[in-house]
Design a protein around this ligand. Sequence first.
Ligand code: TXA
Ligand code: MG
Length: 301
Amino acid sequence: MQTRVLPFNDESIAEAARLISAGEPVAVPTETVYGLAADATNAEAVTRIYEAKGRPSFNPLIVHVPDLEAAEVIGELSDEARALAERHWPGPLTLVVPLRADAGIASIVTAGLPTIGLRVPAHPAMQALLRAVGRPLAAPSANASGAISPTRAEHVLKSLGSRIPLILDDGPTERGLESTIVAATGGPLRLLRPGPIAVDAAESSSGKIEAPGQLAGHYAPSKPLRLNASSVEANEYLIGFGEVSGDANLSVSGDLVEAAARLFDLLHQADASPKPRIAVASIPAHGLGAAINDRLRRAAA
Ligand code: TXA
Ligand code: MG
């Protein structure tokens, strides 16, 4: 299969909507990372996502909808969940809530769970696609299973080229890290994945894996990765931060927003470099640093 890459505009959205309505998956930018979108009500279409990614089918997908109203048709939002949604949607927040039985979502989307991850994305391309298709779109990050998430169309092409028909290109994504995931399934809110939005919820401490895609090693580059590097060692590609400069720097000024936006891009660059090892400077733990360090720990695992 030949993979086309088209710039995001009215024409490419119409083509993407046509493909999705025909049951094909299409890669589309969001404000976090590029997603691989398919009609969430069509089990066969969703199966093509799993096939293209080589993803274990016990791993549930996030469903994207255009607004809160559309989310309430699919999931049961508690008052607390609705308050979070009103505050952060559209934006990089996913809410895991009880799935409504009559929602019409293919059960392969939730991997049979009684809950569903819902998100209202802010990116104009994903918004336009949702409105053009008129159906909820299941969309995991558009990378082969276990690999680093894509923040550019080129990353998608490298990871999934020849496995999907179309990539919509709108340049590098703004946030660069996947959405914050919060579970609102009864009892106190639980943070399942730290991300761009800081939410006042306890980190899940049950010991069970509640966001199955959160296994260690989920964001792994193909090379060994050393954390908290203060200087470069032999054969390493060093990703710097602030005053620790390296082959590339996440943010010379020590800005965590900039570092988050560049993290996966620099991991892709390090992975593609001739150096056999990767090292990353230490990143402060506060604010967005929590989400950045979460991804780095997984990449090093
Ligand atoms: O920013 C994002 O969230 C991006 C863009 C494309 O929206 N999507 C994304 O999807 O990161 P993915 O599939 O790579 O990660 C989804 C995570 C996985 O860890 C999955 O296990 C978890 O969400 N998840 C989805 N539905 C769930 C559910 N019902 N219960 C618990 N975890 C769930
Ligand atoms: Mg992913």
